[in-house]
Design a protein around this ligand. Structure first.
Ligand code: PRP
Length: 220
C-alpha cells in the first residue's frame, strides 16, 4: 500500500505560489482552497498526499524529524535553523538577499577590525558570516523584527537582514554594506524519506523543474 507523502509549507506567499506550481504538475488539494476552513491538515486521498501550513521557522523542524517528508521554506530559514535534511530544489520564489547594512558611516568601522555590534533576527547566519567567512570578531545582538531600528537608535553599528526592494533601508537612511548571499524559497526533503520514497520524490522534483524551466523561458 502506498504511504502518504506529507508536505509542510511555510505559511503565506510561498505556500500559495508552491500550491500553484504543484497544480501545474497535477497535484491539487481542493480542501485547502476553502478560505473559511479551520482545518490544519489537508489530504489528497487519490494521490496519497497530505499538506499542512506551518510557521516558516518550524518547517525545517517538521522535515528533520520526518513529521513532513517534504518542506518548502526560505533559504534564510534553512540556514538559520541548521537542520539535517536535503535541499533539493530552488523554487526561485521570494528572491531577495541577506546583507550587512547600516549607515554609510559604518563602512569604515566595519573595515577597521574593531569589535562592532551586529543586530539581527538571524544570529546563526551573522555568526557564520563574520566568524567563519570574514574571520572577524563581532558582538551579535538578537532582535525579533524591525531590525533597521537598531543602528538608528544606537543599539548596533550594523545589521544583518533581508533586503528585497531596498526601500526599508532607503527610507531609514541605511545602505547595503556587504552582501552575504542570495535567498529564495527551496524545497527540502527528510533524509530517510529521500531513500524510502526516492521514486515518488524524484519524479516530483523532475516535474517541478520542468514547470520552473518553462516559466523561466516564458519570462526571458
Ligand atoms: C523584512 C526585512 C526588512 C524588509 C526588507 O522585514 O527584515 O525589514 O523586509 O524589504 P525591502 O528591502 O523590500 O524593504 P519584514 O517585513 O519581514 O518584517 P520584520 O521587520 O518584522 O522582520
Amino acid at each position: 500500500m502506498t504511504r502518504y507523502l506529507t508536505f509542510a509549507l511555510a505559511k503565506g506567499r510561498i505556500a500559495k505560489k508552491t500550491l500553484s506550481y504543484l497544480e501545474q504538475v497535477g497535484i491539487t488539494c481542493e480542501e485547502m482552497k476553502d478560505p473559511d476552513t479551520r482545518k490544519l491538515i489537508f489530504c489528497n486521498e487519490e494521490l496519497k498526499l497530505k499538506f499542512f501550513l506551518a510557521k516558516a521557522t518550524d518547517v525545517p523542524t517538521y522535515v528533520e524529524y520526518g513529521a513532513a517528508d517534504i518542506g518548502v521554506v526560505g533559504k534564510d530559514t534553512i540556514m538559520e535553523e541548521g537542520r539535517k535534511m536535503y535541499e533539493v530544489l530552488d523554487l526561485g520564489l521570494g528572491k531577495c538577499r541577506m546583507c550587512v547594512a547600516g549607515p554609510e558611516s559604518a563602512k569604515k568601522v566595519l573595515e577597521s577590525g574593531e569589535i562592532i555590534r551586529v543586530a539581527t533576527k538571524y544570529p546563526r547566519i551573522a555568526k557564520d558570516y563574520f566568524y567563519n567567512k570574514k574571520h572577524q570578531t563581532v558582538e551579535i545582538i538578537k532582535l525579533n523584527g524591525s531590525i533597521e531600528l537598531a543602528p538608528i537608535v544606537g543599539l548596533s553599528e550594523v545589521i544583518v537582514d533581508i533586503v528585497e526592494t531596498g526601500s526599508t533601508l532607503r527610507e531609514n537612511g541605511l545602505v547595503v554594506l556587504e552582501e552575504i548571499c542570495p535567498l529564495s524559497a527551496r524545497m527540502v526533503v527528510n533524509e530517510v524519506s529521500m531513500k524510502m520514497e526516492h521514486e515518488r520524490i524524484n519524479s516530483l522534483i523532475k516535474n517541478l523543474k520542468e514547470v520552473l524551466d518553462k516559466e523561466k523561458e516564458h519570462k526571458s
